[in-house]
Ligand binder design. Structure first.
Ligand code: FE2
Ligand code: FE2
Length: 394
């Protein structure tokens, strides 16, 4: 029997292959579109084929293609040629129920340790720079706001145009995709260098980086930024990537806290945006259709709106908030990533900031128990059924 205090460190990462949580597997079907020229990368505003971001070959049944050789033998040459795309074309990411989309709360982590306080300081600095560059303002509405027109509210700096909201989102997302990739790179290099297992962190970090990039691709489908804006992003990326890289080498825990705090700000921004749209302050977006790339990514209904997309993005940010604060609460050198096997749903992640270390440990124990149950069902289905019926009778 494993000691509870060490359990978190001893989960074999290979357990991931046991297909633990069927709920986390996604299935979708999409027809392969014949877009010309086929080899040309598609724009973010174009409905690309399901493989536009990389195809998951394991889930793609091959087209039937049989050739007859000179000797009359029939040979299947279809391997790897998909006829139906059914499965993932991106890394794992949650798809939300309507209840989950509305379960996200604005929460804030109270800084207690010195490392937390450093993270808070840097987030404030970054937030101030974001606000300056993206022209973001959020003054409380004046008492007579009901008698003011949208134009007057905008001129008074109380509400923002959809153009200003997009500047904010595009800049935020272009930076938000950096930390996960840097952290995954450094953990990957560390694993190679020390010839040690990574304990399941790399995938979750890569998933976060890709998820942020998909947010950017989604908002790019709504508006293409100017060259001046792109230059700002270029400069910011150059500075932020290198700063985060060296900071992560020094203190991964502080960096995850920093990202958790930054994601809190993202949840605040998207919550305000949702409130503004629903209050009628961004009229162009009230019925604005969701971009095709977002409908495919979040498995939305064909008639989904941009507002539905922003709800989904806010839920993603809440996941990043939860994951990074939780990772900041465990030991980056010795502990297993508690989310390597499964993730809590948004009803948990939306209303709770993070797992403390003992909660993370308990979560991993539950995951291992689920794996054991699944293995028993697989090895001896009759015995498993018998146990289940005994359990029901009891
Ligand atoms: Fe994001
Ligand atoms: Fe995020």
């Amino acid at each position: 029997m494993l000691r509870t205090s060490t359990l978190l460190r001893q989960v074999p990462v290979a357990c991931r292959t046991l297909a633990l949580a069927p709920a986390s597997r996604r299935t979708f079907t999409s027809s392969l579109l014949r877009l010309k020229p086929a080899l040309t990368s598609k724009g973010t505003d174009v409905s690309g084929s399901a493989g536009v971001e990389g195809l998951h070959r394991k889930d793609t049944p091959s087209a039937t293609a049989v050739l007859e050789t000179q000797s009359g033998e029939k040979v299947d040459v279809s391997a790897g040629v998909p006829s139906i795309v059914k499965g993932d074309w991106v890394l794992f990411h949650p798809v939300y129920s309507p209840e989950e989309l509305r379960a996200v709360q604005v929460l804030h982590h109270e800084a207690k340790t010195f490392s937390d306080k450093i993270a808070v300081y840097f987030v404030r600095l970054l937030r101030w720079s974001f606000d300056l560059v993206s022209g973001y303002k959020h003054k409380p509405l004046p008492p007579n706001s009901n008698n003011m027109s949208l134009e007057e509210l905008r001129e008074g700096g109380y509400i923002m145009t959809e153009h200003a909201w997009l500047s904010r989102m595009l800049f935020l997302e272009s930076i938000a995709g950096v930390p996960g990739m840097v952290a995954a790179t450094l953990r990957h290099l560390r694993s190679l260098r020390l010839m040690r297992r990574d304990a399941g962190w790399i995938h979750t970090l890569l998933e976060e980086a890709e998820n942020e990039r998909m947010h950017l691709m989604t908002f790019m489908a709504v508006r293409k930024p100017s060259w001046f804006f792109r230059m700002l992003v270029l400069g910011a990326q150059g500075v932020f990537y290198n700063l985060f890289f060296f900071s992560y080498l020094v203190s991964p825990r502080t960096c995850h806290r920093f990202v958790g705090l930054l994601e809190e700000e993202a949840v605040v921004t998207y919550t305000r945006c949702i409130q503004e749209i629903e209050a009628g302050h961004v009229p162009k977006w009230e019925n604005y259709p969701a971009p095709a790339i977002a409908i495919d990514y979040w498995r939305m209904k064909p008639d989904a709106k941009l507002l539905d997309v922003i709800y989904a993005v806010r839920s993603d940010e809440s996941t990043h908030r939860f994951v990074n604060h939780s990772l900041a609460n465990i030991n980056p050198d010795k502990d297993v990533n508690p989310f390597a096997l499964r993730e809590p749903n948004m009803l948990v992640k939306g209303g709770k900031l993070a797992f403390e270390r003992d909660e993370a440990e308990q979560y991993v124990e539950e995951s291992l128990h689920m794996i054991d149950e699944g293995r028993q069902k697989h090895d001896d289905p009759q015995q498993s059924q018998h146990q289940q019926s005994q359990h029901r009778q009891a």
